[in-house]
Design a protein around this ligand. Structure first.
Ligand code: GDP
Ligand code: MN
Ligand code: MN
Length: 248
């Protein structure tokens, strides 16, 4: 395995209406099988999934949570509006989104955007990844795989990592169940979240601040087989159940 990883350099500041896949295709000679990771923040900017803080009128719950968390109640209102199910109100809001993603502050960002604007996560990240993939096929004829990433915190460990919130052209998970290890033991539970592993390294190449690299290409990355059930369902998720007990 000799995987090449290249940042997509020279992209402009992305604005609503920009054809992001076309801008990327101007800078990359895609091959079939390439994996393109795109930061969800720039996809959202291109699509106008943003909100002006000044236009938000916070309700009672947002005011209460804002006071507890030391955050602008208008920002908290945007987070609540993006959320389907609130798992934790303080010291930060943790919630489930309609797409299945569970994230701190519902993934609403205030960085890499003009003052007073919020970047929301794309409402349907799977459709977003598919749209990018199809547009790249339309422009270049290359059959690429696409992973939409966001930087997320995680439980139990410090430090944020890149996470896959949408993907297209590949299963999310490599399923090892039924495979045998070096000693002939049958693997019973091992499923590898490969899209998250790749998103994690893409995030490292992107950086978090002013590098201006919202897209990264992986070449020669082998394909894997498995499935797309990356998110636990509510009744499988013991962490979510434990947190919900604290919020009634
Ligand atoms: P997120 O992880 O999806 O929330 O995105 P980040 O805000 O962390 O940005 C990821 C990368 O994209 C960083 O290298 C940013 O500097 C870069 N970036 C963010 N917005 C833009 C943009 O509009 N244009 C360009 N060229 N880079 C951007
Ligand atoms: Mn983000
Ligand atoms: Mn980031």
């Amino acid at each position: 395995m000799h995987i090449e990883i290249a940042p997509v350099e020279g992209l402009p500041l992305i604005r609503e209406g920009d054809d992001l896949p076309a801008l990327i295709c101007d800078r990359v000679a895609f091959d079939d099988g390439d994996i393109l990771c795109v930061a969800s923040s720039v996809f959202s900017k291109a699509k106008g999934y943003t909100r002006a803080l000044a236009s938000i009128d916070p309700g009672e719950r947002a005011a209460r949570i804002g006071a507890m968390c030391g955050e602008d109640p208008r920002f908290i209102q945007a987070v609540l509006d993006e959320s389907e199910d609130i798992l934790l109100e303080a010291p930060f809001v943790l919630s489930t989104l309609a797409c299945g993603h569970v994230g701190v502050r519902a993934g609403v960002d205030q960085s890499n955007v003009e003052d007073g604007l919020l970047i929301l996560l794309p409402p349907d990240p799977m459709a977003a990844a598919q749209e990018i993939r199809e547009r790249i096929f339309g422009i270049t004829g290359a059959d690429v795989r696409v992973i939409l990433t966001d930087t997320c915190g995680r439980s139990f460990r410090r430090g944020q990592t890149g996470t896959a919130i949408g993907w297209s052209g590949t299963p999310a998970i490599r399923d090892y169940r039924g495979d045998t290890d070096l000693f002939g033991h049958v693997l019973k539970i091992t499923e590898e979240a490969v899209v998250d592993e790749i998103a994690g390294f893409a995030n490292f190449v992107m950086g978090e601040s002013n590098r201006g690299v919202p897209a990264v290409v992986f070449r020669n990355c082998p394909a894997w087989t498995g499935h797309d059930e990356l998110y636990f369902t509510a009744d499988e998720d013991i962490t979510r159940a434990a947190l919900k007990k604290g919020i009634q």
